[in-house]
Design a binder for this molecule. Structure first.
Ligand SMILES: [Zn+2]
Ligand SMILES: [Zn+2]
Length: 360
């Protein structure tokens, strides 16, 4: 008899028939296992949630009063006829790949991931499996990240130069994960660090769970922005160029995102600087991560899916694209940056519709 697959792809999410649960479902279900707290993976409306201890506080912060059970990384849980465990994905603090074993067959759903340690997230751990479900947010050879230290140095030099010129620095970074990575990178000796409320609320959750971040000052309506000339302000990208950001007087703006590797997007953002700092794997990392799983079957969920799956098939994998509700690097509110990766990307990227699938 033919066995049911360990995981199947449904219109609600990735489903495990043997355990009757979903992974990162995008529609309400009874039981949801969640890789991490980003909005496209941890959604409202599930009857029960299971995630890592480290992802729990952010999920509660974002989703409110949910029924949430948490596990340690590596801890095994039996759910129906399936055995599940969570393993670091290196994407943001608490983020996990979910390993599912049924009758000796192992599948891993990796959510979003990056393999290079960032100093804050639990470092990515390769997990051996028969089938691997991967993202491909930056699944084109053009995406090749510089070492984090070089980006960190560039951010601090930019800040120091702005301060010397009497300007405030303002950097746009997604409030969960990227913003804390930027904060962790900043040299507090250069000047005061101010934060937008959305960033500071997430900081508070993370500090509460023991993650060490530099001292920051929340920007409130009564804050005298002019008294903090030369400060660094960390805010969600959507806050830049708005009334909120005008109180600081002369400002130099920057964005921290993998998308800053693309000239077209960099230009359209009209920021003064783009820092290529991503919470997702670049081309080499994706390929290495997949190789290290030892998996033969690969499912590509989001990003440059068509191109990346075709590449994997060319080099000998059994790879397929699956439709999901996941998005890539959220530089902004999804949808705002839907465009072809002009300039630097291979020409067939746009034809595959890949850029719009990333939602960023
Ligand atoms: Zn994510
Ligand atoms: Zn995502």
């Amino acid at each position: 008899m033919t066995r049911e697959p360990v995981l199947t792809f449904t219109d609600r999410g990735i489903y495990c028939p043997a355990g009757d649960f979903y992974i990162d479902p995008w529609r309400p279900v009874d039981r949801a296992l969640i890789t991490h707290g980003h909005a496209d993976h941890a959604r409202d409306g599930m009857r029960r949630y299971l995630a890592t201890h480290a992802a729990g506080p952010v999920m509660r912060h974002r989703l409110g009063d949910i029924t949430l059970d948490t596990v340690a990384f590596g801890e095994e849980r039996r759910i129906g006829d399936a055995t599940v465990s969570f393993h670091p994905a290196g994407h943001v603090p608490g983020s996990a790949q979910i390993r599912v074993e049924v009758g000796g067959e192992v599948w891993v759903a990796s959510g979003d991931y990056k393999t290079t340690p960032d100093g804050l997230s639990e470092p990515f751990e390769p997990v051996k499996c028969h089938a691997f479900i991967t993202e491909s947010t930056f699944g084109l050879p053009v995406f090749k990240w510089q070492p984090q230290q070089e980006i960190v140095t560039a951010i601090n030099e930019w800040w120091a130069a702005n301060r010397a010129a009497g300007r405030t620095s303002m950097i746009g970074a997604y409030s969960l994960g990227k913003a804390q990575r930027v904060l962790d990178a900043l040299d507090p000796d250069i000047g005061p660090i101010l934060t937008h409320g959305a960033v500071e609320n997430t900081n508070a959750v993370m500090r509460e769970q023991g993650i060490v971040l530099p001292d920051t000052l929340r920007v409130t309506p009564d804050l005298d922005a002019k008294a903090h000339a030369g400060a660094m302000v960390v805010a969600p990208p959507s806050a830049l160029g708005t009334n909120w950001s005008r109180r600081f007087g002369p400002v130099s703006t920057g964005f921290a995102s993998g998308w800053m590797a693309l000239r077209g997007i960099r230009r359209r953002r009209s920021g003064d600087r783009g820092f290529v700092l991503s919470d997702h794997a670049d081309w080499d990392e994706l390929n290495r991560a997949i190789r290290e799983t030892g998996a033969e079957r690969i499912f590509v969920t989001h990003g440059y899916t068509a191109i990346f799956a075709r590449w994997l098939n060319e080099i000998g994998y059994d790879a397929a694209v699956v439709e999901t509700g996941y998005e890539g690097d959220s530089l902004d509110d999804p949808g705002e940056l839907v465009e072809e990766p002009a300039g630097d990307a291979p020409r067939d990227a746009g034809a595959a519709g890949a850029a719009s699938e990333t939602g960023a």
